[in-house]
Structure formats: C-alpha cells, structure tokens
Design a protein around this ligand. Sequence first.
Ligand code: AMP
Ligand code: GLY
Length: 415
Amino acid sequence: MIVLLLGSGGREHALARSFSADPEVERLLVVPGNPGTAKIAENVALDPNNAEEMVDIALRERVDLVVVGPEAPLVSGVAQALREAGLAVFGPDRQAAALEGSKAFAKEIMEEAGVPTAQALVCTDEAAVQSALDNFGSPYVVKNDGLAAGKGVVVTLDRQEALDHALSCLSTEGGRVLIEEYLDGPEVSLFCLSDGKTVVPLEPAQDYKRLLDEGQGPNTGGMGAYSPLGWVPNSLAQQVVNEVAKPVVERMAQRGTPFIGLLYCGLALTTSGIRVVEFNVRFGDPETQVILPRLKTPLAQLLLACARGKLAEFGPLSWSKQEAITVVLAAAGYPQAPEKGDLITGIDAAEAVPGVHIIHAGTALNEEEELISAGGRVLCVTALAPTVAAARESAYEALDKIRLEGSHFRTDIGH
Ligand code: AMP
Ligand code: GLY
C-alpha cells in the first residue's frame, strides 16, 4: 500500500511512525512532513492546504490511502477534493469537518442528536454577550465560533477578561462567539474512528491543556498526555460511543454529509454525567503520541477500512499492556511568541533511554543540517513502560538530556 499523509506536526510524526510499522505499507509520503518524518518516510515540499496539488500528487503517485492530519485542510475541503477524485481518504468532507470548524454547528448537531453538552448562547453583538455572561455567571467560558489554533477559548473568573475576549472574537468579519455553561470535572479525550456508519473507539487519553504545572497559566495546544486512564471505568469508551459518537455519526449520515475519519470527543466527566466540551475532526495532538504506540493493530490497514466504508468487517483492535506518556518540550515564549531557530541537541542520548522515543513537532534543519526549533511545541518525549510511574521516570530522564535554550515543559504529566 502507498500512503500519503498530510501535515507536519507531532501528530503526523506519530502517525507516520505507526504507518511505517504496518507491514502492508510499501511507501509513505508526507506533505510537507518534518525532520522526524524524513527519517521514516519521503517528505514532499508541497502545501497540504492546496487541494489541487494534493489531488495531483495522490493520482501521480498512485496512492492507495490519503490521511489528512490537521484540521485546516479538512475544514477547507481538501479531503473532499481528494475523495471526489476517486481516492480513498481518511478525513471528513468540508461539511462534516464543520463539527470542528464551527462550534455553533457542533452545538446544533448535538442538539439534533440528543448529545449532552454545555448549554451555550451564540452571540453576534455586545448586548447579547453582556446578557449571556450574566446569565451563565462565573466561571465564564467564552469561545470563538471558528478555528483559532487553540487560542479561541477563554475560561476565567474575571468578567472583564471574558468580555474582552468575546469582543475580540466579534471584531473579525462575520465574527460569532459562544458563551457557555462552565463544566466542572476531569477531562478525557476519546478518539472514535468512523467510516460514515460504524464507530470504533480507541482507548481514552488525557491531555494537559494549560501551560504550567497544576493546571496554571494559559490554555495551549496541549503540553502532554498519557494513556490508558487507570481511573476511568472500562465501560467509558462504549458509553461515549453510544451516547455521543454514534448519535452524531448517524445524524451526519441522515443529513447526507457522512463523517468519515476520526471524531475526537473532548469530554468533561461531570457529577451529572458525561458532557461534550468539544469535537475535533482529526487525531488530537499530543494524545495521538500516547495512543498510537499502544495500538498493535496495523494502522494503515485500519484507516483504509474506514476510508472504504468497511470498518464493520475489520475485527477488534489489539492493544499493548504498556502505559504511555508524552511530555511536550516547548520553545521559549510559547504560547504567546515562541522563539524559533535555536539549536537542539541531545536527541540521540534521550532516545537511548529504554522505552523512549522522540516525536518532532516543531523542528527544522538549518543550512548546516543541524536540528533547530521551528514552532511553539518543539518535541514530544514519549515513553512506554509497564506502569505510568515508570514511563514518567523515563520520559523525564530523557528530557534531561535534551538541550534547547529557554525551552520549558510541565513536570506533572501523568501524576
Ligand atoms: P475547546 O477548544 O472547546 O476544547 O476548549 C479548550 C479548553 O477550554 C477545554 O479543553 C477545557 O479545558 C476548557 N473548556 C472549554 N469549554 C469549557 C466549559 N464549558 N467548561 C469548562 N471548561 C471548558
Ligand atoms: N490536544 C487537543 C487537540 O488536539 O486539539
């Protein structure tokens, strides 16, 4: 099988790693990829958001499966263009991708499908915002309706900060903002595969969204993750399939816009039950880095079955008994203004720690072919071990060996 993977972050390096371990994969192309994927695949320097170029390369290279990593090309219709060209694609069409692309649309579908989520009001002017803030009260939850690369949501006790964020969301062309009920309770990420009809869950993971230890500091794209979750009941995944993912997938099919790809269910486990915090329409980052290394089922074959509408016939997934954790090494200045272009050393020493592998998230090579930082989240140090505690120890031992000026990481991942 020839696989074409779109994207360039840590998620894509983790996906590429699993594809290259699938015995059916003869060739793996990554557009544009990163220095991590370059070691295990062929990087192609094209723009994954350019639908025409993606169709061209997929047809020219006779790829059997295209996997779209990030949300932007999904929301803009790149998966759709590929599918319309007759390719087998893992990733939803534009209308189904609106489950992530518009939070207001996601709420509408959840309402239609009877899926439990936070109550929300969609506001288009300041008067509506003022009244919604008073209506829901503190803590305030304010969300930009559209894609905002992890910067769209503010959760705060400070009414002025909530109002300021809402107004900045409204200030853009066609700006809409959601004010919603605060959900109290631990968060869980559950990835559900869908071929448009059948839904198969992966194992749950937990992401650490805040920048600093103990959940302090601003929200980020995610500073670390671990999986499996020893503290959730085994029945959770099936419950989420029954109460959340299946009703949504069925509703999307009824609307004539089937969801083919990965439905990321971001959940809060509240005292009144499971509530959806958000949907994403792609693998989560960094959760993918802890889920995929534990999946023993060959990934390209699995995603091909989704793309071809044959998930029901695929058979049960097989999981490693190991526990996994990943810790994100972020650049100085992340998330506001990450510094780029600084030298990274010590990766080989870090990877020599048993059970550890390094995922590249925001790296590049300079003219001397040395590894440098090129993004906010630079590396994900992933460790597998028989217990979370042992995995933690290995991951932090490996982090100790990596040098990147001004870089920082959370010290409480998996605690
Ligand atoms: P989102 O982009 O919707 O996932 O929001 C980012 C983060 O903000 C979530 O992972 C939560 O930690 C927090 N958040 C979002 N919505 C709520 C809510 N209704 N109540 C409490 N926290 C929330
Ligand atoms: N880890 C959160 C996300 O991928 O959006």
